[in-house]
Design a protein around this ligand. Structure first.
Ligand SMILES: Cc1cc2nc3c(=O)[nH]c(=O)nc-3n(C[C@H](O)[C@H](O)[C@H](O)COP(=O)(O)OP(=O)(O)OC[C@H]3O[C@@H](n4cnc5c(N)ncnc54)[C@H](O)[C@@H]3O)c2cc1C
Length: 413
C-alpha cells in the first residue's frame, strides 16, 4: 500500500474536489455534519472547475433552477463574512440578447418567466446595450434584457481555494492524489470507501466526480447518467478602455457568452458539432491534457461578427477548456441515490456547475444534516431515469444534442 491516508474514519466522504465536491464539503462541515473528507484523484481543484468562465446567471429554465441560482449568488456574496476567507466577485450584471426574430421571441419568453419568479430585469434597446456594455456595438439586436443581479468570479481558481481554506478552518480535510477505487456497501448501506492509500469508514458518500462520476457510480453498481462534452473559451489580451464592471453578455443566436477578463474580453460558446470525451476509456486522462481546437472559437467569433468587432482584432492571451457533464434532460443530478443508503450525487452540470454548485452544496447539506433542503430538489432526483444503465451511445447522443442546443432547446425540438 502507498503511504497511508491521515484519516481512517469520517462522518462524510466527498469524492471529487471540484466546484461540486468542495461546495458540498464546505457546506456539510459548516452545517455541523462532523468530520468531512474530500478526496481527489489528482490535485484538488485541478480539473474542469478552474477552467470555467466564472459566470452566474439568474435567468434560468425553471423555478427550481432560479431558486438555486439565487441561493448560489447569496452564498458567494456572503462567503467572506461567513468564513473570514476573502472571495472576490464582480456584480457586473448581465445582458441576455438575440439578433433574429425567433431567438428574440425565445429571450422574451425566458425573461417573462424569470420576472414571474422574482428576478429583477430591464428590457433594453440597441442604444441601451451600447451604453451598459460599451464592448458591444448593439448592432442588429432584436431583443435584450439587463439583469443587474448577475455576478462573475474573475479567477475561478479563487473560489476553489476559498472553499479549501474554509473547509480547513472547520477542521475537515481535502486530500489530493487519493483516487477512490471502491465504495464499500454492507446490506444496502454505505460503510466506507477504498483508495490505494487505505480505506475510510463512513456512512455517507457524495459522488461529485464530475466527468468521472459515471465510473464512480459503477463502483457500486449505480448508473450516474452523465455524458462529458468538451467546452472551450478564450481570453484576449487587454483592450484599451475595457472596464471589469461592464456586464456579462449572452448572445443567444450565436450560442456565445462574453465578459470582461483581465483587462480584455473572455468569450466562449457552444459548438454546433460538439465532441464527447469519456474518461472511463483512458485511466490516464486528465483535463489539462485534453486537446483544444481554436477553430471552434474562431467560428463563434465570426458568428458574433459586428456586434463585438474588437474580439477578432485582439490577440488571444489564453485558450482553455474542460468537460461539461450533460444529462439527457439537461438537469443536474443532485440528491440521494435510490437503492444505496448513504450514497448521494452532485453532478450533471450541463454547463452551469461552477455557479449552481454553490446552491446545490448548500441544499444537500441542509437535507443531509437537517432532514430536508430549503429548495425542493425533487426534479433533480438522481434516480429519475430509472435503475439503468442507459446505453452509452444513447446517453452520449442525448448529451451532444443538449450541448449543441444549449441556449435554444425549444427551437430545435
Ligand atoms: C470552459 C468552461 C467554461 C465554463 N463556464 C462556466 C460558467 O461560467 N458558469 C458555470 O456555472 N459553469 C461553467 N462551466 C461548467 C463548470 O466548469 C462545471 O460545471 C464545473 O466545474 C463542474 O465541477 P465538478 O466538480 O463536477 O468537476 P471537476 O472540477 O472536474 O471536479 C471533479 C473532480 O473529481 C475528481 N475525481 C474523479 N474521479 C475521482 C475518483 N475516483 N476519486 C477521487 N476524485 C475523483 C477529479 O479529479 C476532479 O477534480 C464551464 C465549463 C468549462 C469547461
Amino acid at each position: 500500500m502507498e503511504s497511508p491516508l491521515p484519516v481512517s474514519q469520517a462522518d462524510a466522504v466527498v469524492i471529487g474536489a471540484g466546484a461540486f465536491g468542495l461546495s458540498a464539503g464546505y457546506q456539510l462541515a459548516a452545517h455541523g455534519a462532523g468530520q468531512v473528507v474530500v478526496l481527489d484523484r489528482f490535485a484538488p481543484g485541478s480539473q474542469t472547475s478552474p477552467r470555467a468562465a466564472g459566470l452566474y446567471k439568474l435567468i434560468q429554465a425553471d423555478e427550481t433552477l432560479t431558486r438555486l441560482a439565487q441561493s448560489s449568488i447569496e452564498v458567494i456574496r456572503d462567503f467572506s463574512d461567513a468564513t473570514g476567507v476573502p472571495l472576490p466577485f464582480v456584480q457586473s450584471g448581465s445582458i441576455l440578447a438575440a439578433r433574429t426574430a425567433e431567438h428574440a421571441a425565445l429571450v422574451d419568453e425566458e425573461a417573462e418567466a424569470a420576472a414571474g419568479w422574482g428576478i429583477e430585469l430591464e428590457k433594453i434597446d440597441e442604444e441601451g446595450v451600447r451604453r451598459i456594455a460599451p464592448y458591444l456595438t448593439g448592432r442588429d439586436i432584436r431583443s435584450a434584457y439587463f439583469v443587474p443581479g448577475d455576478i462573475y468570479v474573475e479567477e475561478p481558481r479563487s473560489l476553489l481555494d476559498a472553499y479549501m481554506a474554509a473547509i480547513a478552518q472547520l477542521g475537515s480535510l481535502v486530500l489530493g492524489d487519493a483516487p477512490v477505487t471502491g465504495i464499500i456497501v454492507d446490506n444496502g448501506e454505505i460503510t466506507g470507501v477504498s483508495t490505494p492509500h487505505g480505506d475510510i469508514a463512513t456512512p455517507l458518500v457524495i459522488d461529485a466526480a464530475g466527468a468521472w462520476a459515471r465510473g464512480v457510480g459503477a463502483l457500486v453498481g449505480v448508473d450516474v447518467p452523465v455524458a462529458p462534452v468538451r467546452h472551450q473559451l478564450l481570453i484576449t489580451r487587454p483592450i484599451a478602455g475595457m472596464s471589469p464592471h461592464e456586464p456579462i453578455a449572452r448572445i443567444v443566436d450565436a450560442s456565445a457568452y462574453l465578459r470582461p477578463a483581465r483587462g480584455g474580453l473572455m468569450m466562449g460558446g457552444m459548438e454546433s458539432d460538439p465532441i464527447a470525451i469519456d474518461p472511463r476509456l483512458d485511466p490516464e486522462f486528465s483535463i489539462p491534457d485534453m486537446p483544444l481546437d481554436m477553430r471552434v472559437l474562431d467560428e463563434l467569433t465570426a458568428a458574433l461578427g459586428p456586434l463585438v468587432p474588437t474580439l477578432g482584432d485582439t490577440p488571444v492571451a489564453e485558450h482553455r477548456g474542460g468537460l461539461f457533464t450533460m444529462t439527457p434532460d439537461a438537469r443536474f443530478l443532485a440528491g440521494p441515490v435510490p437503492g444505496v443508503r448513504g450514497l448521494w450525487t452532485a453532478t450533471g452540470c450541463n454547463g452551469s456547475g461552477f455557479s449552481i454548485s454553490a446552491g446545490i452544496g448548500r441544499a444537500l447539506a441542509e437535507w443531509i444534516v437537517g432532514g430536508e433542503p430549503m429548495i425542493d430538489l425533487s426534479s433533480l432526483d438522481p434516480g429519475r431515469f430509472g435503475p439503468g444503465p442507459i446505453d452509452d451511445e444513447e446517453l452520449t447522443s442525448a448529451g451532444l444534442w443538449r450541448y449543441a442546443n444549449y441556449y435554444t432547446p425549444q427551437l430545435a425540438s
